[in-house]
Design a protein around this ligand. Structure first.
Ligand SMILES: Cc1cc2nc3c(=O)[nH]c(=O)nc-3n(C[C@H](O)[C@H](O)[C@H](O)COP(=O)(O)OP(=O)(O)OC[C@H]3O[C@@H](n4cnc5c(N)ncnc54)[C@H](O)[C@@H]3O)c2cc1C
Length: 347
């Protein structure tokens, strides 16, 4: 008997942190590995399953639905955490793909495992975290990543990906490019450092450094500070719909950077390992006067120029129109192309 239900015509509103409404033609939830087998069965044996586009969602915090979704939306709700292994310095912790990322991070810091503390309060699920190699406050998921397990949505085969196979770079991975929509990530394993084994803390970040100065560091303390800092800077999606930073920080060649810097002496830049320069999308957008911008119900946060917000009942198309306006303005004034960080879904 099939437990997993395929529902018809489900609202998208609760499935994305922008809170934009729309309709998913089909919708289902994955709570167990058996549900995945049922899903693959439906896709293979049902005409609608064979022909429908298919989108996996976790917390919906890195998505913008431009309109209705004319296919199957599958929410990943797989739950569970486990200590998979341990050696003198590390614990290898596995969490299921549907676990809430922040709850998982808080659990690790309370166990005195270091590595994920700087990534506190990032919304979403564990399974989605490797997709764009989430990062914050000088740390990326890749820094503590050990391996993940994923099911091939075409064949049902289960694969294990070690770190080198994931091709992690800045907000990118193989799961966001070559393997996009081909795999369902069921669990992720992290190699975390035991707090007693002198982890390398990353606290040299404005706003973190000052608060922690002189204190004895623990993963939980750093996590507490990061949480407070993020709460002061970023709008809470529970209060006002958003998907965090809407644009990636542009990476420029040295020649492009020199042209930009010559005309804009204040522009911030960070040198990359290959000599390229990463600059601040927030600074560029702020200079174009978009902070607090509002067009109908769509706009830009008053707290942060990088965050697009749904002030009330904006549609995905309204938000995308504001994003395009910003991109055109930054391009015209600075000659820099901005790229959206969340996935823009049009189906
Ligand atoms: C307020 C706010 C702050 C944020 N801050 C940060 C930040 O500091 N750093 C950062 O990197 N990001 C940040 N984000 C973006 C977002 O939280 C992360 O990208 C997060 O990992 C997305 O998780 P999710 O479960 O919501 O993914 P979703 O938005 O549901 O999905 C994102 C992508 O992952 C795919 N996917 C989801 N689950 C699975 C799975 N189990 N298997 C395979 N594919 C899957 C989806 O198909 C989609 O392509 C922020 C967002 C918000 C709203």
């Amino acid at each position: 008997m099939r437990d997993m239900q395929i529902h018809k015509n489900t609202s998208l509103k609760a499935l994305n942190t922008f809170g934009v409404d729309g309709n998913a033609k089909y919708y289902c939830e994955i709570h167990t590995m058996e549900d995945i087998a049922d899903l693959l069965d439906w896709k293979a044996t049902n005409k609608a399953g064979e022909n429908s586009p298919h989108l996996l969602v976790g917390g919906g915090s890195n998505l913008l639905f431009k309109n209705d979704y004319d296919g199957l939306v599958t929410k990943i709700c797989l739950a569970g955490r486990d200590i998979a292994d341990e050696d003198e310095n590390h614990v290898y912790v596995t969490a299921a793909g549907g676990e809430n990322w922040h709850d998982f991070v808080r659990w690790t810091v309370r166990q005195k495992y270091a590595g994920l503390e700087n990534l506190s309060l990032i919304p979403g699920t564990v399974g989605a975290a490797p997709i764009q190699n989430i990062g914050a406050y000088g740390v990326e998921l890749a820094d503590s990543f050990y391996s993940l397990q994923a099911v091939d949505l075409g064949t049902g085969e289960v694969f294990e990906y070690q770190k080198s196979a994931c091709k992690f770079t800045y907000r990118e991975s193989i799961f966001k490019s070559q393997m996009l929509d081909k795999l369902l990530i069921t669990s992720v394993t992290f190699a975390l450092t035991k707090e007693s084994k002198q982890p390398i803390w990353k606290t040299d970040y404005a706003g973190v450094r000052e608060v922690l100065g002189g204190k004895e560091l623990t993963a939980e303390l750093i996590s507490d500070v990061i949480i407070a800092l993020r709460q002061s800077k970023l709008p809470d999606p529970e209060v006002i719909g958003n998907a965090g930073s809407f644009f990636k920080n542009p990476v420029l060649s040295l020649a492009e950077w020199q042209v930009l810097k010559a005309d804009n002496s204040e522009v911030p830049g960070w040198e990359q390992a290959n000599g390229d320069m990463k600059t601040s999308a927030a600074w560029l957008i702020d200079q174009c006067g978009f902070k607090g911008y509002k067009k109908g119900d769509a706009g830009v946060s008053e707290k942060h120029a990088l965050v697009l917000v749904n002030y009330a009942n904006a549609t995905g198309a309204d938000l995308w129109a504001v994003a395009q306006e910003i991109m055109a303005s930054v391009k015209e004034r600075f000659g820099v192309s901005l790229e959206a960080e969340p996935r823009v879904i049009s189906c």
